[in-house]
Write a protein that binds this ligand. Structure first.
Ligand code: ADP
Ligand code: MG
Length: 358
């Protein structure tokens, strides 16, 4: 196993080795981990991202195959681009007729609607026509005309996404509507994988699905999993380290996917209120939450909200914590992370603050 792969596996932000003492210590620790018995690891590409699964179990080799198959199964249901995916069928029948879907698609659409309602529509699974107009669906980017955006925004209301649980159908009320689960599907997949692996007796694993990390249990020696929160301005650097067990960590940031036009950057997280990439004063949001699905939706939603509204929202909830990196160079962690988050951004001129509930 090479060093680069080791680092990517252990540190959530997927940055490369750059040589400071702390990083060397982490790398060393991971080298030692790799010698552990029954440690199995695979890297694959699915759901438009690089996935690395590390499983510590005597049947790890087969379990890795099970995990990869589960991801493919979900991707084939949920992708907006794969032919015949259930999501594609829902979109193709917008304004026409309800589509019968599997329990997974139904559950995820329901969760998506719930997270939209919970976040004042900052999270919007029906934002797809706008995302597409910006070219993020087919990777043919350009800034749309304001009239185009205005027209498409009439097609993004969650009230027009009808999920009928009794009949297992989903119906988009208006022609031209479309749902896009890109902001929540990886989180859902990580929850399903964790459920599958735990059901097969796995007590120690680390699942990394792009910016979505899910830790099962602790490392076999009982110590905590260590992951890094990437410096959004430098892929080779991080702003801090999180030490966790049995939890999901999801990061969303404008730096992850964007294009440039006339010297200006436009990223892939759209503010459903304006139809433009969210410019909320944040570079990234990391959510720490037991539910990967919720963490994924929240990382996108709180990025849209901006720091002040996001902290107000956090204060009304008690099932997640967050780390924000602002455009002003501030790193803000919520108080539940007081002991598990270690700020490391001082060398790169970041300042640090703990946000309290009180
Ligand atoms: P990533 O999937 O790149 O890790 P996110 O979880 O933040 O990042 O999801 C961003 C994706 O979700 C976009 O590529 C787009 O498909 C979709 N999306 C963009 N804006 C929103 C939004 N406000 N609500 C829900 N989904 C969104
Ligand atoms: Mg998300």
């Amino acid at each position: 196993m090479n060093l680069k792969k080791l680092i990517a596996l252990g540190l959530a932000g997927c940055f490369l080795f750059s040589g400071c003492a702390e990083q060397r210590a982490v790398a060393q620790q991971m080298l030692e981990n790799s010698k552990q018995e029954n440690r199995y690891e695979s890297t694959s590409f699915a759901m438009d991202t690089i996935m690395t699964f590390t499983i510590i179990h005597e049947d790890g080799e087969e379990l890795l195959i099970d995990a990869e198959q589960e991801v493919r199964r979900l991707e084939n249901l949920l992708s907006v681009t794969i032919d015949n995916s259930e999501v594609k069928q829902i979109n193709e029948n917008a304004g026409n007729e309800p589509v019968r879907v599997s329990a997974d698609t139904l559950a995820l659409l329901q969760a998506g609607k719930e997270m939209g309602a919970a976040t004042g529509n900052a999270f919007d699974i029906a934002i797809s026509p706008v995302v597409k107009a910006w070219g993020f669906t087919e990777e043919e980017h350009s800034v749309p005309a304001q009239e185009t955006i205005d027209a498409l925004l009439t097609l993004t209301s969650l009230d027009d996404v009808t999920v009928d649980v009794e009949n297992s159908t989903v119906y988009l009320e208006k022609e031209g509507m479309a749902v896009d689960l890109g902001g929540i599907a990886k989180g859902y997949a990580s929850d399903k994988l964790a459920e599958l692996l735990k059901g097969k007796g796995v007590e120690s694993a680390l699942l990394s699905l792009g910016g979505n990390i899910c830790a099962i249990g602790t490392k076999p020696d009982g110590s905590l999993w260590k992951t890094a929160v990437q410096n959004p301005l430098d892929a080779n650097d991080y702003v801090g380290l999180l030490e966790v067990s049995d939890i999901c960590i999801v990061t969303s940031g404008g730096y992850q996917r964007y294009f440039e036009q006339n010297g200006k950057q436009y990223h892939h997280i759209i503010d459903p209120a304006t139809g433009w990439p969210a410019e909320s004063g944040l570079l990234s949001v990391t959510i720490v939450c037991e539910s990967g699905t919720k963490a994924d939706a929240l990382s996108t939603a709180l990025f849209v909200m901006g720091l002040d509204d996001a902290l107000k929202y956090w204060k009304t909830q008690n099932d997640f914590d967050a780390i924000f990196v602002t455009t002003d160079g501030e790193v803000v962690a919520t108080e539940g992370l007081k002991d598990s988050f270690q700020f490391e951004g001082q060398d790169n001129d970041f300042t640090y603050r703990l946000a309290e509930r009180g």
